[in-house]
Design a protein. Structure first.
Length: 158
């Protein structure tokens, strides 16, 4: 407010979780000492602009700052995904091996309430197709058309 940023850390040794018992219309305390003990709170402050490149937007920086690295000790492999062109609000949020062992799944999240089209850049001999959260086969694509706040799943195969 008025150029001042306040951060409050509230502690309550009594109730942090409660439920309403519909039959008795009362609130029952479930965890009387829920927040007693050691806590780690991380916060980052920075400038935000929807016009920044994808890698400098708040969603990308938060992923970088708050997602732990995965240690990989195997041989180097080519995943096929080289990046996205356009659609700066479409953020890669995670990747995982496909359940059926055929390629891997890239999940992208639109973070700024925009519509658009992003072009996939893939390495030679790789292909992409849309899929859903259950990884059902979908149509082959080279571009991703997205809507506000949409979660997009793409299967990338050799």
């Amino acid at each position: 407010r008025s150029g001042t940023l306040d951060l409050s850390l509230l502690r309550s040794p009594e109730v942090s979780c409660a439920r309403e018992d519909a039959a008795l219309r009362r609130v029952e305390k479930l965890e009387p000492f829920a927040d007693i003990g050691r806590h780690c709170i991380r916060i980052a402050l920075g400038w935000h602009s929807a016009e920044l490149p994808r890698e400098e937007q708040a969603a990308a920086l938060a992923e970088t700052l708050f997602t732990p690295l995965v240690d990989y000790r195997g041989k180097a492999i080519q995943a096929g995904f080289l990046g996205l062109d356009g659609g700066e609000s479409l953020q890669p949020c995670w990747a995982k091996p496909a359940l059926d062992g055929n390629g891997w799944i890239l999940r992208l999240h639109e973070t700024l309430g925009r519509r658009g089209i992003a072009r996939l850049r893939l390495a030679e001999n790789f292909a992409a197709s849309l899929t859903n959260l259950l990884e059902a086969p979908g149509e082959a694509i080279t571009e991703i058309s997205f809507t506000p706040y949409q979660l997009v799943s793409v299967r990338i195969t050799r």
